[in-house]
Structures are given as structure tokens and as C-alpha cells.
Design a protein around this ligand. Sequence first.
Ligand SMILES: C[S@@+](CC[C@H](N)C(=O)[O-])C[C@H]1O[C@@H](n2cnc3c(N)ncnc32)[C@H](O)[C@@H]1O
Length: 258
Amino acid sequence: MGPTVITPDVVSSVFASRECGLLLGDAREVLRTLPHDSVDCTVTSPPYYSGRRHVGDTIHEIGSEKTVEEYVEALASVGREVWRVTRPTGSYWLNLDDKCERKEWLGIPWRVAFAMREIGWKIRSEVIWHKPGHVRNAAKDRLTPAHELFFHFVKSKDAYYDMDAIREPSSPPIWRKNGLVKAPGGSVPTDVWTIQIEDSTSPKNPYAVFPEALVELPIRATCPRGGTVLDPFVGSGTTASADSAQLLDKPRSIMPSR
Ligand SMILES: C[S@@+](CC[C@H](N)C(=O)[O-])C[C@H]1O[C@@H](n2cnc3c(N)ncnc32)[C@H](O)[C@@H]1O
């Protein structure tokens, strides 16, 4: 059986089903088939810039561009479509890593972030994802890289944000004879998240699966109950996993993949 062509009918049935749907194809092309203002929250991790192809001669593989400028433009073309499909109160969470060439960091995450600003996205948070014990560094003249960036972009200053869904206990609860007497309101999480990478994200694994914990806060905070989550680079499907779906009363997800 050949692949299903993504027609408006196919897209509407994905939205109507309120279940997780997988649309197969190049993110830039598949996103064009989605309706305007239909997504609440996008959480994604595009391929890193490597200048190399990983999956043969596929011409659309993002990350294989010859220059950083072309890579930034490829992510900008995805960012423009994500902007179009995102509701006015929506969010776009984008995980990006940098690359060091000839002993110089290229500054890729911020180059992409500024390209997003050109589109209209406002940078609400710059999260440092601290990855303990990630990379063994044999270099004699630079520090061991142990973080990636995770940008939270919003369409407007009135973007949906459920802070109570992500507060951290600020002090231990107090227990008395008749039970819990003080349930702390909780503090606002910081923008430095220490999250261990999954085994499958080892440098030997080209699919770079990201940890479920990385998806949790974005969905809890910025997708309303029953909302729609999008991942244009779904990979192994972390954003679409059962655990993610349960985070918010099963928000339905739609994901272009390849
Ligand atoms: C960093 S991985 C995403 C990993 C994902 N977050 C997970 O947890 O498995 C990036 C994915 O984007 C895919 N990809 C590369 N170019 C693409 C394109 N043009 N359209 C859609 N997906 C693409 C890669 O094959 C890879 O699966």
C-alpha cells in the first residue's frame, strides 16, 4: 500500500479524532497542510547542524545544509509555518544545540532565536538544559560542554500559561494530627533544568531521542486541557508518548515525521 496523500480531509480527520496523529513527510511540506490557528503548543527538537546526511541521499534532511545560514533558514521556514498554525495564545518550545568548528562555537541557538524574532515570535524564556555526565571531553583548551538551549517562544504577551501546573514545592509540607495543614503554593521553576539524557541519546544514537522530562513542563504550562500539541520533528515520538498525552487530560497531538 502506498503512502496516504495528506489532503485536507486527512488533516481534518486527524483533528476530529482527538487522538494522536502522525503525518509522514518533510516538516516544511506537511505543516503547510495544517489549518491556521489550530495548535496550542509545539515542542520539538530539530536535527542538529552537522553539515552531513544521516539518512542517505534524502534531499530534505534538515541539519545537512552546507552552511549555518542555510540551516537557520531551514528552521526559519519551519518556524514560519508553526507561527501560522499556532493559536494567538500559543507557544513554541524549541530545543537547539550549538556546534564547535575549528575551536569556535558557531552560536547557532541564538542565530535561530533571532530568526524566530524576525518571524514575530517573542522569546519568553531561554532554558538551559543541563545534561550531567553527557560528554567526555578530551580537549586541552576548552571546557566540557554540558548543556543545550531550549527556547520558549510565544505569539503574544497574553500567551496561555498555567503556572500552578508547574510550581515546585517551596518548603516541606507541614503535617499535624489531623493531616496536612500547609500545602505550599510552590515556587516558580528556574530556567536551568538538570535532566539526564536517555541512554538512547548517546552519541552512537543518531536519532537523538529527548527525555520525556523535557516535554513535561512545556505541555503542563502552555497547553490548555484538551489542547493540541505539535512536534514537527517527532523522531521516536517522545512528545507523542502515552506519558506526554496524559499530562494534560490527553491533549491530542499531530506530528509531521519522516
Ligand atoms: C533530534 S531528532 C528528534 C528526536 C525526538 N525529539 C525524539 O524524542 O525522538 C530530529 C528528527 O527530525 C527528523 N528530520 C530530519 N529532517 C526532517 C524534515 N525535513 N522533516 C521532518 N523531520 C525531519 C530526523 O530524522 C529525526 O528523527
